[in-house]
Each structure stands twice: as structure tokens, then as C-alpha cells.
Design a protein around this ligand. Sequence first.
Ligand code: FAD
Length: 315
Amino acid sequence: MSVLVFADSTDGKFKKTAFEVVSYGKKVAEQLGSNVIALTIKANDASELYKYGAEKVLTVSNDALNTFNAKEYASVISQAATAQNADVVIVDASIDSLYLAPIVAVNLEAGYASNVVDAPTSTSPFTVKRKAFSNKAFSNTVIATDKKIIGLAKNSFGIHENPVTGTSESFEATLAESGVKSEKIERVTGKVTIADADIVVSAGRGLKGPENWGMIEELAEVLGAATACSKPVSDLGWRPHGEHVGQTGKPVAANLYIAIGISGAIQHLAGINASKVKVVINTDPEAPFFKAADYGIVGDAFEVVPKLIEKLKAF
Ligand code: FAD
């Protein structure tokens, strides 16, 4: 019996969430009295994972896996889980993982719990704590199947060093499909993505028009942040749909979320409230966002944001 974690990477480098899932996998393995094995696809330095407790790292480097394909990736993870006799498979909470985890669950006839935030509260029955109702509540969920899939929510368990002397070996997987049925057609490079970002700078209809996003992009660049927006902003075509965050957009679980000219409608807050620190800049002191925020500035974005950029640049 073992715990298998999928340590995801971009352009050969591990994502921060890879270290989170390995740290989490180590904890689960300790609770089960087993060991943690990490699986990587196209990552450059597998040994980086030893630091967080991965005793064994399986590396897959098939060129057919250069582009993400949920079915193929799920097939590779399932094959590795079977080969390693893994009872628990752990993935992160990225959009890619949300696609592939249910397929892994079907392949392994396993129960799947997404949005898990902490180590199992019990191993018998196997019970995990998850975010529920748009992150407004927690639920304790029993995974009753022999095999279990866990989707770990970002920024919930943290990264914990637990150095081990690990080994690394290549894993030869049989690819599931002859013809690719799904394809990722958008890839953003050279910019922080919302899913990976520690800081997200988000703006809403208060910005008046797309021509005013220069200062938002500049603030994001100074902070090393991703840019995001409210739904109406992307509906109006001011910003790409990939930036829309909220209940019907991308979820955000950043360390810092800065909302500029966003009112704080419940559907917006539902998608971003897993962020640790929330800051709002809004002219209207009655805007609902002030109730949800940790810090607020009542002020005009066109005055506040340039000053903020100036101060941060001088920092
Ligand atoms: P507004 O509500 O128009 O707010 C603009 C804010 O800017 C105001 O508070 C105003 O005081 C402030 N402002 C104006 N001028 C300035 C200035 N110069 N400086 C600073 N502040 C200023 N919305 C989402 O965002 N994400 C979702 O996923 C989402 N899903 C939805 C799903 C459903 C089923 C429905 C019905 C709605 C959904 N919405 C979603 C829409 C949501 O209800 C709100 O309409 C939307 O979030 C409002 O966007 P906004 O805050 O940018 O605009």
C-alpha cells in the first residue's frame, strides 16, 4: 500500500502546488503507515521533491504528453497508481486536475473528494475535511471505496520540508488514445496565471473601460501578480474570459487578493473568498466588498492605484 501524488509542472519546473501535494501526501502516508511516491510528467529535476518527503519519484517523459490532455494524463496516473499499489492518489486543485481527477477515479473505481483542506481526520473510516457551499462551510466526507482520490485545495495544507533520501526512476506508461479527442488551445506564458499566483490584482466595472487597465497591469507587474476581473468586465469584452473570477469563473485561493472597483457581489465573493488576505479599493464605502475584506481603501481607483504603484516601486 502506498500514497501516490501527482506533482504537476510547467515548462519543466514544478508548480508550487507540487510541493503542497507532496507535503500533504507525506502526512497522509504517515497516518496510513505507508510511503509517498510522486509522479511527474516532463519535470526537469525530480529530486527537488525529496525535500518534501517523496521517497520515490516516477518520471514520465513521453513527447506525446508535452501538451496537457486530461484523458492521457489520467491514464498515466491510473497506471502508476496500479503499478505502485497505491490506495490513495492526491492531485492539486488546478483546472487541469479538475478535469483529470474524475477520470482517474473512474479508471480506478475510486471515490473522489475535491477541495480537501486538511489531513484526514480519521483513516478508518477514511474521512477528509473539504470546503463546501462555495467555501462558506466545511464538510467531513467519508471516502468509503478501497481506492481514494483527493483533490487538495491550494494554499490550504501548506508546504512542509521533510527531507528524505529519495530515488527516482522512469515510468513507461502506455498511452490510452490513438487519436487526441481534446486539446488545450490557450496557453499563457511569460505571465503569472491566476491558478499559480500568490497575489492577484483584480478589477471591475468601476474601471469604466478597457483603456484603463494599463495601471492594473502595471500594479500586477510590480507585485509579481496575476491579473483578474469581475464577470461583467469579461462579458463586455474589456478583458479576456480567462481572467473572469468568481462563482462562474476561475476560483482564486491567493495569499493576497486586491479588488479594485469591484462591488463585492455574492457571486464574485464566492469564488475568491478562499484567499487569505483581501483588500478592496472602492469609492463607495457601502460597497459589500468592505464587509468581506481584511483591508479597505475608500477612494478613487484612478488616484489610489497610481500612488500605490509609485510607493511599491520606491520600496
Ligand atoms: P459593479 O457591481 O458595477 O461594481 C462596480 C464597483 O466599482 C462599484 O462598487 C463602484 O462603487 C465602484 N467604483 C466605481 N467607480 C470607481 C472608481 N473610480 N474607483 C473605485 N471604485 C469605483 N460576477 C463575478 O464577478 N464573478 C462571477 O463568477 C459571477 N457569477 C455570476 C453568476 C450568476 C448566476 C449571476 C446572476 C451573476 C454573477 N456575477 C458574477 C455577477 C455579479 O452578480 C455582479 O453583477 C458582478 O460581480 C459585478 O461586477 P463589478 O463589481 O465589476 O461591477
